[in-house]
Design a protein around this ligand. Sequence first.
Ligand code: ADP
Ligand code: MG
Length: 363
Amino acid sequence: ASPSEPLPIRRLQESVINRIAAGEIIHRPASALKELIENSLDAHSTSIRVTIKDGGMRLLQIQDDGCGIRKSDLPILAERFTTSKISTFSDLSKLTTYGFRGEALASISYVAEMTVTTKTKADSCAWKACYSDGALVPFKQGATAEPKATAGTDGTTITVENLFYNTPTRLSALRGSAEEYARILDVVTKYAVHNPHVAFTCRKANSNSPDVTTPSGSTVTQAIRQLYGQTIAKDLVHSVISSPNESGESDDDPTWSAEAYYTNANYHAKKTVFLLFINHRLVESTQIKKALETVYTGILPKGTSPFIYLSLQLDPRTVDVNVHPTKREVHFLDEDAIIESICDKIQQSLVAQSQSRSFEYQT
Ligand code: ADP
Ligand code: MG
């Protein structure tokens, strides 16, 4: 055909569509792991263990002690848009779980080999199932795809192998396994700080000693000490900040609250360490990060940076959680005013501290 002639429009194959869509959600091993950690937290786990081979490309395994998955749900577990977390559109505005769109496990099954072993309290044994392209598949050729009874403890273990084996462009966009592993550790570390009640571990499959480990039942400060070191932990300031109308005088302005742990003038590092959770999801916001760094410009030596962990709780109606999952940068209603309130409060605390010249303050 000549270049001026249009080519016919064809319908893409379902499996191709799903593989493309999956690549939008699962960018790299660390993004798959983030989804899996959130699922484990949604399942009320108190222990989350992560095992990694080759930066997560070869193996990414997460074992939790949560509520488990019913055997009868296993056949549709990896289908797109199957979820136990919402049933109506309006549920979206009162979301209390991380998940809701039922896409994570489906996506993973389209770009990797996924095995799920799960046991609920009511089950007398665990069930093991393999998935590919959204559906149950046999463990080996010729076998049935039915879940198999197996020994196991309460909770769920999800094993993801050969990530992006069928999407070579995604695979080639990844960095080396050392860098992918560093990103994985970063995700685990941040969720461990935000969930100090949960015990986290992350290790390489060929190593007995974990690279990240926290006990269950810690406090945020203990978790920060364990994961980021005593130098940061000893110079931490803790603030709880809430919207001016928290008392409920006006119903028009939605209320919000924030909790922050941040280093004082005694601590300075080359690069800012910034942990931001909005409604318990790990997110990124260049705007908030910049605003907070500005607070420190008059306080820290030029060219040095603080550690800041900020957990923001916003009225779910004011954050659009339904933005595409690739948009890690979130935006919300009254963003500027809320950021300003938080920065003011942090600035006041820091100034008060340096004026008193006693840096013994600890939380
Ligand atoms: P979503 O989290 O949006 O519901 P997912 O694809 O991440 O979608 O998970 C689908 C469903 O599988 C969840 O709604 C939940 O019922 C179940 N599930 C996934 N992971 C776990 C887990 N670790 N423990 C218990 N249930 C799980
Ligand atoms: Mg999920």
